[in-house]
Design a protein around this ligand. Structure first.
Ligand SMILES: [Fe+2]
Length: 352
């Protein structure tokens, strides 16, 4: 019966080979051969001892293990090593010339299978091959992970550039029009404060911020003469106005995967609770909550800024109007959250 004292004690640090065999003479001769090749070897006399060594050292690149050992045999040891240290290369040794054992070991993930007695040249060749294979596997994984990260970073960069582009477009759209200058930023601020009151946080709140900024981006496709008309609109002109949510959604379709909430805001910010809004005539909770929040912010900012056809309304009046249309046009919860977020009309409107 072997004893732990038979094995070379574990030295923390730079071991790169573990030899597991219950015959001290085999261990020693293997260790000598491998040390001559520059390996720093640890030894264990059973599978269980081998696992204890690995628990202390962590992964060891090369493991050479006998098949027949007391306590935990080679097959059990191999299974445990594959589970805990899948990147270790394990070469199995056996005195039995059974091909089925070799096949079983290879199925379990052994790097190779050697029959005793082992010649130095055979050992050298098999060890070199096992380690080369291990290096290739590790290298492959590194490239794969590195590549995945690079692809992710590039996708993020592309998205950022796209966003910068549409944000600049939104600013450019407002810059042409004194009446709507700063509108999208103010709507975004109102909507974020309202959404925070309703429990939005993290990415959900970021979506509201961006959706608020971009909600009218589709107006880029509406003729200026219609956008800035000081008198009431004809039916055809009104139809042109109603096209901007769907056009905006199409423009922002590259965000569909990462930020679907932004697209929902852009498409549905003119829906009304009573179903009389556009473009889809959605009712009540069928209207995405993010869009209901932005609709409150949009309405308030529209009322409190001067337009070609009317003056700005005082903020206190506009708050009263929000409450008046809560339940028919606007979501009452979103209106109350807005009022709670901005309790002092004297501090309104916010600056862009
Ligand atoms: Fe709009």
């Amino acid at each position: 019966m072997p004893h732990a004292e038979d094995a070379k004690p574990v030295v923390a640090g730079s071991a790169n080979c573990l030899i597991v065999d219950d015959e001290p003479s085999v261990r020693r001769s293997l260790a000598r051969m491998l040390q001559a090749q520059g390996f720093n070897c640890l030894e264990a006399c059973t599978g269980r001892e081998g696992l204890k060594v690995l628990d202390q050292t962590g992964e060891i690149p090369l493991i050479i293990s006998d098949m027949r050992m007391p306590e935990l045999d080679g097959m059990g040891f191999l299974e445990a090593v594959r589970q805990k240290f899948p990147d270790s290369s394990v070469i199995m040794l056996s005195g039995i010339s059974e091909t089925t054992t070799a096949v079983d070991c290879l199925h379990l993930g052994a790097a190779d299978f050697l029959l005793k007695p082992i010649s130095l040249s055979e050992l050298q060749a098999r060890v070199a091959r096992a380690l080369e294979k291990r290096a290739l596997v590790l290298q492959n994984r590194f490239y794969q992970q590195h590549l995945e990260r690079q692809v992710q970073e590039q996708a993020q960069r592309i998205q950022d550039l796209f966003l910068q582009g549409v944000q600049m477009l939104a600013r450019a759209l407002e810059a042409k029009d004194a009446y709507t200058r700063g509108h999208s930023i103010r709507v975004s601020r109102y909507a974020v404060a309202t959404a925070a009151r309703l429990g939005f946080a993290g990415p959900g709140l970021d979506g509201i911020r961006l959706g608020g900024e971009l909600h009218d981006i589709g107006k880029i496709g509406t003729r200026e003469a219609v956008l800035h008309k000081p008198s009431s609109l004809t039916a055809d002109e009104f139809r042109q106005i109603t096209e901007h949510p769907a056009l905006g959604e199409r423009m922002l379709s590259p965000l569909a995967h990462e930020s679907p909430d932004v697209l929902r805001i852009v498409r549905s910010h003119h829906e009304r609770l009573d179903g009389r809004g556009f473009p889809d005539g959605l009712r009540g909770e069928k209207i995405p909550i993010e869009a209901r929040i932005v609709a409150v912010a949009d309405s308030f900012d529209a009322m409190t800024t001067r337009r070609p056809y009317r003056d700005a309304r005082p903020p206190a009046d506009a708050l009263g109007e929000l409450r008046r249309v809560a339940g028919t046009q606007l979501d009452p919860n979103a209106v109350e959250a807005f009022v709670a977020a901005f309790p002092d009309p004297g501090e309104l409107p916010v600056s862009a």
